[in-house]
Design a protein around this ligand. Structure first.
Ligand SMILES: C[S@@+](CC[C@H](N)C(=O)[O-])C[C@H]1O[C@@H](n2cnc3c(N)ncnc32)[C@H](O)[C@@H]1O
Length: 259
């Protein structure tokens, strides 16, 4: 139990690498003992498959999210496959780096990148206060599609996105600059370091992990009457004032609190 808590307090990418390292060390120690009994030397691909299965099993036991378990399972055999196909060695770190720059916040604080769909963005527009001049923030704005949709529909309101994953930030910044709406502003800044008091509406689509903390921050900093909207994720011990179900494929729930 103590081990489990310690594991979950590390950034996931470090825990993932640690699991692979431990499994690799155990494999390397066991293999010379095992091979004389088997009567043949185990091919590298089977070694890496076994490495992937063991790493995935440990990750599953430590309750890593499913897609980390999948990565643990597939990365070692794919590495060998890549080598067998003579892919250039620099290809692996390059792919890893690109994935890291896109999914930065999964690697460091367990907040993945997935995007609000069009129907949910449209529903959000209809939920915004009918008042000019207000400022709406998307905490973790991804590629900022939601913000651009809202900004286009509400030209007299202001929209701000905060994003710290490098590639989503750059892409969203460029798309926003090229787009027609001048009332959107994307900032390369963690929402934890922002005073949320300047916003009338906060929207977030994050993960269960930060919800208690971000709600507490919002209720301490926002002005009375502010609106806090969470796509899908509840705040522990704080029932939403209103829940709106979107008519999309996954029946998205927008949970709304009045501050
Ligand atoms: C699930 S995505 C949602 C993207 C976008 N809001 C949408 O609904 O389409 C969550 C985003 O939050 C970003 N994020 C996570 N922690 C952050 C932080 N502390 N500051 C800024 N962005 C963060 C992630 O990089 C990711 O792009």
């Amino acid at each position: 139990m103590i081990i489990k808590n310690k594991m979950s307090s590390y950034p996931p990418i470090l825990s993932v690498l640690l699991v692979q390292l431990v499994v690799y060390t155990v494999h390397t120690a066991l293999l010379p003992q095992l091979e004389p009994h088997l009567g043949y030397s185990v091919p590298l691909f089977w070694q890496m498959l076994s490495q992937g299965i063991a790493a995935a099993a440990i990750s599953y036991a430590f309750r890593f999210s499913y897609w980390w378990v999948l990565i643990q399972l597939t990365a070692p055999p794919l590495l060998v496959l890549g080598l067998a196909l003579n892919l250039p060695l620099w290809g692996f770190p390059t792919i890893l780096l690109i994935l890291l720059l896109v999914f930065w916040n999964v690697a460091v604080n367990r907040i993945p990148l997935y995007l609000t769909n069009r129907k949910t963005s449209e529903k959000l527009v209809s939920l915004l206060p009918k008042k000019d001049g207000i400022t709406v923030a998307d905490l973790g704005s991804g590629f900022a599609g939601t913000l651009r949709e809202m900004a286009a529909q509400k030209p007299d309101q202001n929209f701000v996105g905060f994003e710290t994953a490098p590639i989503p930030f750059v892409v969203s910044w460029v798309l926003t600059k090229l787009g027609p709406s001048k009332n959107v502003n994307i900032r390369f800044k963690s929402f934890w370091s922002v005073d949320l008091g300047e916003f009338d509406v906060l929207y977030c689509f994050l993960s269960p992990v930060p919800m208690a903390q971000i709600y507490q921050k919002a209720s301490q900093e926002m002005k009375p009457g502010g609106m806090f909207i969470s796509n899908s994720f509840k705040v522990p011990d704080h029932r939403a004032d209103c829940v709106v179900t979107v008519k999309d494929g996954r029946k998205t729930k927008l949970l709304i609190w009045k501050i």
